[in-house]
Design a protein around this ligand. Sequence first.
Ligand SMILES: [Zn+2]
Length: 454
Amino acid sequence: MEKCVYPFAETDESSELYDKFATCDNDFDRMKIAYQFNPSFVKAKKNFKNDTYSEQHREKGNKKFAETKFNDALLHYNVAIRYAVVGKNLSLAYSNRSAVLFQIEEYECCLRDINMALEVGYPKELEYKLYYRACKSYKALGLKDKVKECVKKFKKSLDGIEMKGEKIEKLLKDLLAITTHKQDNYSHLFSRTPKIQIPNSKFPSLTHDVVVHYTEEQGRFIKSTKDLAIGQLVAVEKPFERVLDCDSESMISTQEALIIMDCLETAGYFHKELDLDEKSWCAGLIYRQSLIFETNAVGTYEAVFKENDSAISIKHCNTGSAVYNTLSLLNHSCSPNCCFVYYNDDVVALKTIRRVKMNDPLTIDYGTAFQDMEAEERQKKLWCQYFFNCDCEASAFGEMKQSWKFSKKNEHIILDCMNIFEKYTLWPNHDINLGQDLLRKVWSIGGKHWIAKF
Ligand SMILES: [Zn+2]
């Protein structure tokens, strides 16, 4: 099998590094080797800040924002923030990103960006705009005291600013008006986050109908202790860790750990100079964390409504990645018997999408559903990211894939789901009506959403 993961950037010395790295039996020794080789890439990566490049992306983001293409705007602002030198440019990038985050109802992230913008040199004469946005975000989060506090800051930030009386009046009036919450037309389509009725005694996110099992060959995994029907709720879990996606080129974990360590040291995080052992120990923890994220994180999705005169359709948009403690125990299958349903962005409910027999392992697909990828491609991806060869039942599905494609072409489905749920529930039942019923049963949507403007 070809080497898929290089611990270091490809340089002349990478082969020698790789061999040494491979003989280590713990992450601390691995990081020690990384430090001892003093790889040049850390330095190269450190000096990547570039205000001009940052500004270009901020402007691109502004354009997308004006077109209400919020996802695209977010990606440009991410880049703008990453490349901006600390100062005005960085503060503007944070401020602009906070505007997008506000629009997509990510209020906590929005407030974090507002604080960052204020900290790194946002122009005084514009601060009132940020406080205005912060007031609205606190309101949306239901934090009344914070709203009051923030309105005071907003008023104070208007001191000494030349602005016409009416404009200020309008802003203040707006802020008063936010005491009434507006309802949208779609609330009735969303169901509340479900609750596990009888939780598992050892893993409270799981139902008592399943257990966590261990075998030497497969490690820990979740299996059922009785027959489960389609659409059954098996788990509800909040993430342990979550990030909004950015389009950064995928980094090698070793580099990532060293760069993060370098940032922490530069920022004075450790209050003293660390020796090699201490540094390697800390970097080892970061390295381990980044490997966990690489192999255990799953995408999070949010429903977006599209509305025209005659119909409403829904599609799922990727909003980031998150790690779930218990759900990361799930095994993989290219034709799984369970799927994730998202509530409030990142709370995940696990539901069965096929009948599950007693003692069957519960499975999800690790991004390699047989409907999306040919067998060879699936094997390669699974090996490169998760280091196992998949021998699931989907290896025999070549012809069925064709009939799946055919059935998809003929479907007339009310909810135009772009995500996984419909294809699993429709396949292999080529009965479209049954598929739709199952879809509705499985796919009760979470409460957090926004109305896309098309
Ligand atoms: Zn497979």
